[in-house]
Structure formats: structure tokens, C-alpha cells
Design a binder for this molecule. Structure first.
Ligand code: SF4
Length: 374
């Protein structure tokens, strides 16, 4: 089984923290959709190699290109591939793009999971990060989505904005919980160099939230969401029972995925990775001219083993020790490190799985790296 990801790189405004592949120039949408159709044609054999389990329209802002363009892409896929095994079709959407009619049309196209870029319900925060919507638009989008039958809703939440305190975060969490989303993706604000915030930081016009404050926010979010019945199934993801993201979960168990569109990555589930050019106009032009628009790399067995450790450790289920041993063979030094990290309370071993403790969750990347193969 494989997941199919389609990257839609158009946005209304550039959010101050964003370093994804996107453009605010929306004139190229038609050309872009034609390029996606060409890529689907070119990768027809690969798309048909394994049954498609999930489809995910991510971005950028997929809701911005409208229902017709999404329909065109889905229709093309259904012509060349068997979509009868698809059990989840997610569309990332921003509140300002939605209205009841558009949402109804997305439902009719088979979109059964909506991921809304809410980020915060505070108008002050939304303005400070340059989002294109306000709190009212977010609440209306959620209400309208429910009214047309979306029963699998993810809301994105960001915490750790400059100047945020625990009281403000608590208020925001109240607002998120009052919407009863089935899923919440909660991210700490990271400031990347090539963003507005990154440049402001370099010019000393803003201050980053200190690491220990961010750790406190992470635990505050976790505590509130666990109390409300959410399962913390991956470091940044919370879901009510049976509402985990099937598409994203496949990344964390190293299943195959196919990424279409600029900057999209693909993985064959074995050793081959591939990524498309992240130049948005370059992507469309190269596909039309039939010149190379992607690069590939072959993972070494060591890379693959380290990726197994890195991805599995982020999940609530953790690293299955018997699979680890069988596929990659634990070294003596890994066994020693593991024992030490368990003794120090960063990791735990339960039912044959190595898992992060709550304190370990705050240092997941460092702990994975400590277990990597040299
Ligand atoms: S809408 Fe999403 S992808 Fe677009 S700039 Fe904002 S965060 Fe980035």
C-alpha cells in the first residue's frame, strides 16, 4: 500500500514563519494543474505499482485552487489508477477560502478529512504572524464544514509565539477544545532563517521563545489534550479514538509514498528516495519540456536503519525491539546506550517497544541520534 501526496504551492499571504514551498503569485494555477496531470501520466507505472491507500492534498493552500482544479486532479488519478482501496482523502484548507457551497463540493469529490490551518483563535496572534484569516473566519469554517458532513477534522495549532504566556495558550486551547476536532496537530513555532521572522531575529527585532518556556508549552498542550481524551500518537499529533491520520502515520512506519508537485518527496518503501525541484515555475516548465525535474538518492542500509529509529521513536507505539533486532541487529553499544537512557528516565521499554517518556519527548531528536548506527 502507498500514500499519494499532492503539493499545491499557492497561498494568499506569506505567513511570517513559513519556509514551505509556496508562492503568493496565483496566476500560474492553470499551468500548474496541467503540470500535475503530466506528472501523473509520467509516473503512471509507479502510481500503479502498489495499491493507493490515502490521498493527501497539502501545501501551500490546496483550498485556494478551488474545487474544479481538485476535481481535475482526482479525475485524472481515477483514470489511471485503482482508487478503490483509498480510505482517506485529506485536503488542507485555510478558513478564508471556505464557504458552505465550496465545502459541499469538496465533500462530493470524496474529500473525507479536512485539515484546517487555524493556528490560533487569537486575532492578535493571527495578525502578528500574517495569517489571512481571523478568529471569526476560522469558527465559521469549522461550523460550515460540520454542517456539510465533515466528521474528520484536523485543526493545526501553533504555540510559542513571541510574547505568548501560559494564560494565553490556555485560552487558545479552550477555543480549540470547544470546537471538538477529531485531530489536532500541535507545533512549536520554529524560526527558520529564510522567513520574515528569521530575518527579524537576525536584525534583533524580535526574540525567540526560550527553550525551557517552549518545553513548558509543549507539556501544557499535552496535559490539556490528554485530559480531553486525545491520544498523543506522535510528537506533534493528537487524535480522538480511531481518528489518527492514516496518511501521515504511513510516514512514521516507513511505508511507500508518492509525492507529486514542486518540492514533493517520494519513497519506494525500500531504499530509493526522490524529490522534485522546489522551483514552482521550474517544475511546470520542466514537465512541459520533458526535462529532468527531480533527483533521486539511494539510501544506504545504515541510513535506512537510522531512519527507522528516528521515525518510530516519534510515535506513541515506539520502536518495536524485535523488528529492530531482526532487520538491523542492535549493536552492543546501542544496547548499553539504551539501558543508560532508560535508567536516566528518557526512554522506557514496554511490551517489547522502546518509547519516549514524557521528559524524553522534549528531546526526541537528540535521543534518536544517540541510538543511531555510526
Ligand atoms: S498558508 Fe501555510 S503554506 Fe501558505 S504561507 Fe501560510 S503557513 Fe505557509
Amino acid at each position: 500500500m502507498a500514500g499519494l501526496y499532492i503539493h499545491i504551492p499557492f497561498c494568499r499571504k506569506a505567513c511570517h514563519y513559513c519556509d514551505f514551498v509556496f508562492t503568493t503569485q496565483t496566476r500560474g494555477v492553470d499551468e500548474f494543474v496541467r503540470a500535475i496531470l503530466l506528472e501523473i501520466d509520467q509516473r503512471c507505472k509507479e502510481i500503479n505499482d502498489k495499491p493507493i491507500k490515502t490521498v493527501y492534498f497539502g501545501g501551500g493552500t490546496p483550498s485556494l485552487i478551488g474545487t474544479k482544479a481538485v476535481e481535475t486532479i482526482l479525475r485524472k488519478l481515477s483514470l489511471i489508477a485503482d482508487l478503490s482501496h483509498v480510505n482517506e482523502i485529506t485536503l488542507e484548507a485555510n478558513p478564508e477560502d471556505l464557504n458552505p457551497e465550496k465545502l459541499r463540493q469538496f465533500r462530493e469529490l470524496g474529500i473525507n478529512r479536512l485539515s484546517l490551518g487555524v493556528q490560533s483563535f487569537s486575532d492578535e496572534v493571527l495578525k502578528s504572524i500574517n495569517r489571512a484569516h481571523d478568529c471569526h473566519a476560522a469558527k465559521k469554517a469549522i461550523h460550515d464544514a460540520r454542517a456539510v458532513g465533515f466528521d474528520n477534522l484536523n485543526l493545526d495549532l501553533i504555540f510559542g509565539f513571541p510574547g505568548q504566556d501560559t494564560e494565553q495558550l490556555d485560552k487558545d486551547l479552550d477555543a480549540f477544545l470547544s470546537c471538538s476536532p477529531e485531530h489536532i496537530s500541535a507545533y512549536s513555532l520554529t524560526i527558520e532563517p529564510k522567513t520574515y521572522f528569521g530575518r527579524s531575529l537576525q536584525r534583533k527585532l524580535m526574540k525567540e521563545t526560550p527553550e525551557e518556556v517552549m518545553a513548558g508549552f509543549f507539556l501544557q498542550v499535552r496535559e490539556r489534550l490528554l485530559k480531553h481524551g486525545y491520544e498523543h500518537y506522535e510528537i506533534s499529533n493528537y487524535a480522538l479514538k480511531n481518528k489518527v491520520s492514516i496518511h501521515n502515520s504511513s510516514y512514521w512506519i516507513n511505508e511507500a509514498y508518492i509525492g507529486l508537485g514542486p518540492g514533493a518527496h517520494s519513497y519506494d518503501g525500500e531504499l530509493i528516495r526522490r524529490w522534485n525541484t522546489s522551483s514552482i515555475t521550474g517544475y511546470s516548465q520542466r514537465l512541459v519540456k520533458q526535462v529532468g525535474y527531480f533527483e533521486t538518492e539511494q539510501l544506504s542500509p545504515k541510513d535506512k536503519a537510522n531512519e527507522f529509529i528516528f521515525t518510530r521513536l516519534r510515535t506513541q507505539k515506539g520502536l518495536p525491539k524485535s523488528d529492530w533486532e531482526k532487520a538491523y541487529h542492535l549493536t552492543e553499544s546501542q544496547i548499553e546506550t539504551l539501558e543508560q537512557l532508560i535508567k536516566e528516565g528518557w526512554l522506557m521499554e514496554q511490551e517489547g517497544h522502546v518509547r519516549l517518556t514524557e521528559k524524553g519527548m522534549l528531546h526526541a531528536d537528540t535521543l534518536s541520534a544517540a541510538l543511531f548506527y555510526d
